[in-house]
Design a protein around this ligand. Structure first.
Ligand code: SAM
Length: 343
């Protein structure tokens, strides 16, 4: 386990592994986050980290610039919070499925707006919670038992003061190159008996003949197909979740379990709960169309912005069409590090 020290991001770190070239359409803008003096961010933030990359009208993280291909601006923050409501509806208000006990320290990996970490810290005031992310887009007014850190969780070494009883990651497919490495590092940073839970989107699916991915039956299917292709090309697959359970087992986790839920793309289901989930999912999917495609298709597949926007506009019509009975699979996978005596 690495020695404990607070992760600090220096200006030298920035641009070190940039994946994107500077073009006239890309510039840096200052992120106006109001950092109060008591903020847990203050120690770890350099001003460079707050200068987000502006590209084709959206902003992207600048710490380890170019690594993560989805924006970090207000629209994306709103989408992440909306998506959090979808998770809550799916799990009837629960934040996780792992049967944890006596948790003292919890880590939320890739915390985004920090909404899961805030909800967890609020509902578990006895637990010390840390949320990490490449982007400093979390609020400063948070529960006293919660700390946010700018950190790259793909680093070989993690830097924390203590191990965790629960490590949680949500919607991180497309972020990590090496899931087996992530699972092994998480294992090392769990106390014996502690749990890892990964909640991720999986495939876009359909059980009747109103939608098909193979061959793509409509613009929405074409959109998902090229998004998958782009993330595949940079070896950060958005289809990694079906391997999560095997990865956990290979990393020596025990008592692993997988549960798969559905998010209809719109209000097509008859069932009231699924219709409600579909309502929220429709808004989420509409917002995701541009967010998930713009940088991947332009940066990685060489599309022009206008070409992306045409496909997004066509796919929007499919998302709004209740005759298309497609749904997202959402996969919850959890497992625990064996208790000390059985390791
Ligand atoms: C789709 S968002 C999910 C956010 C949050 N978990 C949620 O469910 O609302 C993925 C987040 O992972 C972060 N991320 C991506 N790669 C990362 C890395 N290597 N280390 C830390 N955070 C990362 C991104 O900045 C982004 O905020």
């Amino acid at each position: 386990m690495a020695s404990s020290s607070r992760p600090t991001a220096t200006a030298d770190d920035l641009h070190a592994d940039s994946g994107i070239e500077s073009t006239p359409e890309i510039s840096q803008i200052e992120h106006n986050q109001n950092l109060d003096a008591g903020s847990t961010w203050t120690a770890s933030l350099t001003s460079s980290i707050q200068h987000f990359q502006l590209e084709n009208g959206r902003t992207y993280h600048s710490y380890r610039e170019g690594k993560y291909s989805i924006p970090n601006d207000e629209s994306e923050k709103d989408r992440l919070d909306l998506q959090s409501t979808l998770f809550s509806l799916t799990l009837d208000g629960k934040l996780y499925l792992a049967p944890t006990k006596n948790v003292q320290h919890c880590l939320d990996v890739g915390t985004g707006t920090g909404i899961w970490a805030i909800d967890y810290a609020d509902s578990h005031p006895e637990v010390q919670v840390i949320g990490t992310d490449l982007s400093p887009i979390q609020p400063t007014d948070v529960p006293p038992n919660l700390q946010f850190l700018v950190d790259d969780m793909e680093e070989d070494e993690w830097h924390f003061h203590q191990p965790f009883d629960l490590i949680h990651s949500r919607m991180m497919v497309g972020s990590f190159k090496d899931w087996p490495k992530f699972m092994s590092t998480a294992y090392e940073w769990l106390r014996p008996g502690g749990w890892l839970e990964c909640q991720d989107v999986d495939s876009l699916d359909c059980d009747d003949d109103t939608f098909s991915m193979n061959p793509p039956s409509c613009a929405l299917a074409r959109w998902w197909s090229v998004v998958c292709e782009a993330f595949d090309k940079i070896e950060r697959s958005v289809l990694a979740a079906p391997n999560h359970q095997k990865c956990m087992i290979d990393a020596r986790f025990v008592d692993t379990r997988e549960e798969v839920y559905k998010w209809p793309i719109n209000t097509w289901p008859k069932d009231e709960k699924m219709k409600l989930i579909g309502l929220w999912s429709r808004e989420n999917t509409l917002e995701a169309l541009e967010a998930l495609a713009l940088a991947p298709l332009t940066r990685i597949l060489g599309w022009r912005k206008e070409e992306v926007m045409v496909l997004v506009a066509q796919a929007r019509k499919d998302v709004m069409n209740p005759e298309i009975h497609a749904y997202w699979n959402i996969r919850f996978v959890y497992g625990r590090r064996p208790p000390a005596q059985t390791e």
